[in-house]
Design a protein around this ligand. Structure first.
Ligand SMILES: [Zn+2]
Length: 430
């Protein structure tokens, strides 16, 4: 453990949370007109909330708050006290600006250091950081966390695969932080260069920033000969370091002394009981520069507060299976892309590279799935196609109009940034 609070009993944790909620509410009310308005309209005085359970009474916040308050309307401190800015790009409109005070940066480094330890990384290890540096929080988040832990950090940044491989071999990095799609890219690049993953010191990859399914994780672990640890975070809350899996890989521990989690029904906004699947809502209970109250993350998951075998008591969230805004409605059937991924990767001859295209022709939705086969050529295309159809209809009652089984290496790879696998041409995707 990095911090004794990780194993604190739940009652102690709740006392912390209640106290910190009172304080963040007071600061938001005093310093952020956006929150004062919303709280007043909801008839809530900061002093009237004294227990973490009462958090349900507070209004929810959506990503629109960041855009409508652009650039600094959600700041609770003066610009003098802001030490760093990050921003999430967002595909449309203004970026979401996030600010950090010096204390916020220290807290972020500490939760990231804690996360790395939970993932099995130690101060003696070398962490190769292949997340993008810059406004995106991935690069500097892992960087600062690695340094706070006392590990050695190699700030390679995204892409630059030849150098990544040289460093993995020659500097003997123990851990690699990158997206899951980059892990797959790297595995292919190692293979092309004739480098056996088992010959590397690399034992852990820290993967996040893109949703992925269990079969995709298994493919990464097998191809890179590593343990793949799921990391979760978002810029609006802090960046990476909101939650992470421990070595048991049975859910991501949310650092509840800083980020209070709830699960809501995305339709009604009602809080769901423990164990039910819905949208993750987070409240920052320690952030100074820009506190966020009940933020709708858009990420679909469930929570458990059972103590983990590792001894940590902080709630665990299930790996993210999709986002509320990822939902595809195809001829009236609701499908998350991750469910399609799950079904595709259940077929042995299918490699973890695919794309999903949705069109609308004459008012009719059309679904095309393009998948790569593995390099094993023994199975005929027709039988792979039939297996895919069976899996999709069994798991999702979904019948694609077209399934294209293509040769290995055909589908475009992502060397930097986040992979795009879904192209919904009905919504204007090119
Ligand atoms: Zn654990």
């Amino acid at each position: 453990m990095y911090d004794s609070i990780e194993t604190a009993d739940r009652a102690e944790l709740r006392d912390h949370q209640s106290e910190r909620l009172r304080s963040v509410l007071e600061r938001a009310y005093e310093s952020v007109p956006f929150y004062r308005d919303r709280l007043e309209r909801a008839g809530i005085q900061p002093g009237s909330i004294d227990d973490i359970d009462a958090i349900e009474r507070l209004p929810l916040t959506t990503s629109d708050a960041f855009r409508s308050s652009y650039p600094d309307g959600l700041f609770a401190v003066e610009w003098d006290d802001i030490q760093r800015i990050h921003a999430s790009s967002g595909t449309t409109g203004r970026p979401k600006i996030v600010g950090y005070t010096e204390d916020d940066l220290d807290r972020w480094g500490a939760v990231m250091a804690r996360s790395l330890v939970a993932a099995g990384v130690s101060a003696d290890d070398i962490v190769q950081n292949a997340y993008g540096y810059g406004l995106f929080t991935g690069g500097l988040g892992f960087h600062d966390g690695g340094e706070a832990l006392g590990a050695t950090v190699i700030p390679v940044g995204g892409g630059n695969t030849a150098r990544q491989i040289d460093f993995l071999r020659e500097l003997e990095s123990d851990a690699l932080a990158c997206t899951p799609s980059y892990c797959l890219y790297l595995a292919e690049a190692l293979n092309e260069r004739g480098v056996a993953p088992s010959s590397l010191a690399l034992s852990t990859v820290l993967i996040g920033a893109e949703p992925f399914t269990e079969p995709l994780r298994e493919a990464i672990e097998a191809r890179l000969d590593v343990t793949a640890i799921d990391v979760y975070g978002l810029s609006e809350i802090i960046g990476p370091g909101v939650s992470i899996e421990c070595s048991h890989q049975n859910g991501l521990h949310i650092w509840e002394d800083h980020f209070y989690p709830e699960i809501i029904d995305p339709e009604t906004g009602a809080v769901l009981p423990e164990g039910e699947t819905g949208e993750l809502v987070l409240t920052t209970i320690t952030k100074a520069a820009q506190p966020v109250l009940r933020y709708r993350t858009g990420d679909i998951t469930s929570l458990t507060r059972e103590r983990c075998a590792c001894g940590r008591t902080h709630a665990r969230m299930a790996p993210i299976t999709g986002r509320t805004d990822d939902l595809l409605i195809i001829r009236g059937v609701n499908v998350y892309p991750s469910q399609i991924e799950d079904a595709l990767l259940a077929v042995n001859a299918v490699a973890p590279h695919y794309r999903i295209d949705c069109h609308r022709d004459d008012q009719l939705d059309r679904l095309t799935i393009t998948v790569e086969r593995t390099s094993d050529q023994s199975e005929p295309v027709a039988s792979i196609e039939a297996d895919i159809r069976t899996e999709l209809s069994r798991a999702l009652e979904l019948t694609p109009d077209e399934i294209d089984v293509v040769a290995p290496g055909t589908i475009e790879r992502t060397e930097t940034g986040k992979v795009q696998r879904v192209f919904d041409h009905r919504n204007g995707d090119p």
